[in-house]
Structures are given as structure tokens and as C-alpha cells.
Design a protein around this ligand. Structure first.
Ligand code: HPA
Length: 243
């Protein structure tokens, strides 16, 4: 019998432990919060390095939520293993981002139609040109419909996945902003590339936690409230993907 490819170095579970769709916050405590507050019969399926993963039910659909950790190397590992070894079809990043356009306000939702990056993650694919890291159209369309149904304030467009949170380049934000990029975060581009390489689906939905042009920031309470709305969008999208 062929040796199973799981458990993997980073996920101590088996394929039946995961639903078809995995929601992926950066923070393991957020994964725990979602499991405790939104899923019924949630079961802890992974806790390697404290990267908590849970599977439970939402509106009669089996859904998983597992943390990605911060940055592209980290989400690159977890999305690779989930797509390749655990049969996961859809990964939805749910995170925070910093706004880079005046019309994008704190607490708004930004859906990453495309993800620009300053990372070298794409170099591994050896492409003879520039790769456009894009979201799954189906996931994005369904997420937009869920935003509309919930009356959420949302924007759809390009985001920037940055390798640095603290950058020595003082004018980088201004230059990305001039190209119409809506917001900055640190994971989506690697997730989109892994999904493309694996023939799977990915989407990043972010709430704006701070504004890079105005310096506005959300309070911890506001972050929790806007996070909850984004969660509802993400979970309803997961349900819509089963139909
Ligand atoms: N940079 C990168 N990621 C972020 C930021 C930021 O300013 N704000 C929220 N996530």
C-alpha cells in the first residue's frame, strides 16, 4: 500500500478531518474564536506549532478554519499541504489589511481580486514573464454576493502582499497607491500562486485595520466587530460554494 502523505510536517491530521473549504485567519486565536462562536460540533484537528485548525458545521455544511501564521512563507506551507495532501479545494484568507486609497476606510472589507507582491515566491515557478496572482472568480463572485446580502461596505480590486511590515522604503506605499492598489497585507499572493499551481481555488477577504495615508487605526473592539462581519461573509461564501 502506498504510504499516506499525511500527517505532514506541519499538519497532524488526515484528509477526512477537513471540509472542502478552509477559512484561514493569520492568528490561531482567531481560528479558535471562529470555531467557538460560529461552528457547531467543532473539533480541533491540528495544533502543530500552535497553528490551531478546527472542523465543524455551519448551516449544515462541513467547514474548517485553520490559522496561516504571518507572511508568505507561512501561508505558503499551510496552503501547499492542505491543497496537495488533505484534499482541500478552497482556501479563503480572512485577515486584516492597511488601506492605501482615500476611498477605502477603516472597518471596510477589501476583496483581493488580484494580489501584487514584492516577494520572490513566484521565482520557484521559473516563468518566462510576470505572473498575475488572481483570486478564484467563483469564490470572489460568491463573496461579493454575500457582502451585498449582509449590507457590508466592501471594495474589490488589487491588494499588495508585502514581505515586510516595517519597511525602510519610505515611498513604496505612495508608488503602489498610484497604481490603484487598495490595501496592503502579507499573505494573499502566495496563497493565490499555490492555488494556481495546484488547480485549486483561493480568495483573500480583508478588513481594514489601519490607514496608511491618514494614520487612522481601529480600536480592538472595532477590529472584533468588523472581523465578525467578515466572518459572516466568509462562512456564507463557504456555504454558497457547496451549492
Ligand atoms: N502592512 C502589512 N500588513 C498589514 C498592514 C500593514 O500596514 N496593516 C494590516 N496588515
Amino acid at each position: 500500500m502506498a504510504k499516506p502523505l499525511y500527517p505532514t510536517p506541519h499538519i497532524n491530521a488526515s484528509p477526512e478531518d477537513f471540509g472542502k473549504t478552509v477559512l484561514m485567519p493569520g492568528d490561531p486565536l482567531r481560528a479558535q474564536f471562529i470555531a467557538q462562536n460560529f461552528l457547531s460540533d467543532a473539533k480541533l484537528v491540528n495544533n502543530v506549532r500552535g497553528i490551531q485548525g478546527y472542523t465543524g458545521n455551519y448551516k449544515n455544511i462541513k467547514v474548517s478554519v485553520m490559522a496561516s501564521g504571518m507572511g508568505m512563507p507561512s501561508i505558503g506551507i499551510y496552503s501547499y499541504e492542505l491543497f496537495n495532501f488533505f484534499g482541500v479545494e478552497n482556501i479563503m484568507r480572512i485577515g486584516s489589511a492597511g488601506a492605501m486609497q482615500k476611498e477605502v476606510h477603516i472597518r471596510d472589507i477589501v476583496i483581493g481580486m488580484g494580489a501584487c507582491t514584492n516577494s520572490s515566491f513566484v521565482a520557484q515557478f521559473g516563468l518566462p514573464g510576470t505572473f498575475s496572482a488572481i483570486a478564484s472568480y467563483e469564490m470572489m463572485r460568491k463573496a461579493i454576493e454575500c457582502c451585498e446580502a449582509l449590507g457590508a461596505r466592501y471594495h474589490v480590486g488589487n491588494i499588495l502582499s508585502s514581505d515586510t511590515f516595517y519597511s525602510d522604503d519610505a515611498t513604496a506605499v505612495e508608488r503602489w497607491s498610484k497604481m490603484g492598489v487598495l490595501a496592503i497585507e502579507m499573505e494573499a499572493a502566495a496563497l493565490y500562486m499555490n492555488a494556481a499551481r495546484c488547480g485549486k481555488n483561493a480568495l483573500a477577504i480583508c478588513t481594514i485595520s489601519d490607514h496608511l495615508l491618514t494614520g487612522e487605526e481601529t480600536t480592538a473592539q472595532e477590529r472584533q466587530t468588523s472581523f465578525t462581519q467578515m466572518m459572516e461573509v466568509a462562512l456564507d461564501t463557504a456555504v454558497a460554494l457547496e451549492k
